[in-house]
Design a protein. Structure first.
Length: 113
């Protein structure tokens, strides 16, 4: 098992990966897009960009590690009634909630993607 970097537990990382996949995205693609977004955000808030980049790198470290199939079914249920066009926004909010738990002092997370 890889050494944990950053504030996220292995279960949180698996949960984030499940949410990404359940939303219809793939983990590697999400990591690439999120890192690009973080670079854009850097000009507005370097601290926020660092946190977003760290989250993306942590999630991308083991893209296939998702945990039990039952847990994947639970993640899929979260998106079952969400219109496909709204899934990215719902995913963003869910991942933001996790980020906020670890970084409650960063007010900039209150902005939409």
């Amino acid at each position: 098992m890889l050494e944990q970097e950053g504030p996220y537990s292995q279960e949180e990382l698996r949960h984030m990966r499940r949410l990404i996949v359940a939303s219809g995205a793939d983990v590697e693609g999400w990591v690439r897009r999120t890192r690009r977004s973080a670079e854009f955000v850097r000009s507005l808030s370097p601290l926020q960009a660092d946190v977003i980049t760290a989250q993306a790198l942590a999630v991308g470290a083991e893209p296939e590690a998702m945990g039990a199939p039952e847990a994947m079914q639970e993640a899929e249920a979260i998106f079952a009634d969400v219109d496909p066009a709204e899934r990215h926004k719902r995913l963003w909010h869910l991942l933001l909630d996790i980020r906020r738990r670890h970084h409650p002092d960063i007010a900039e997370f209150d902005t939409e993607p």
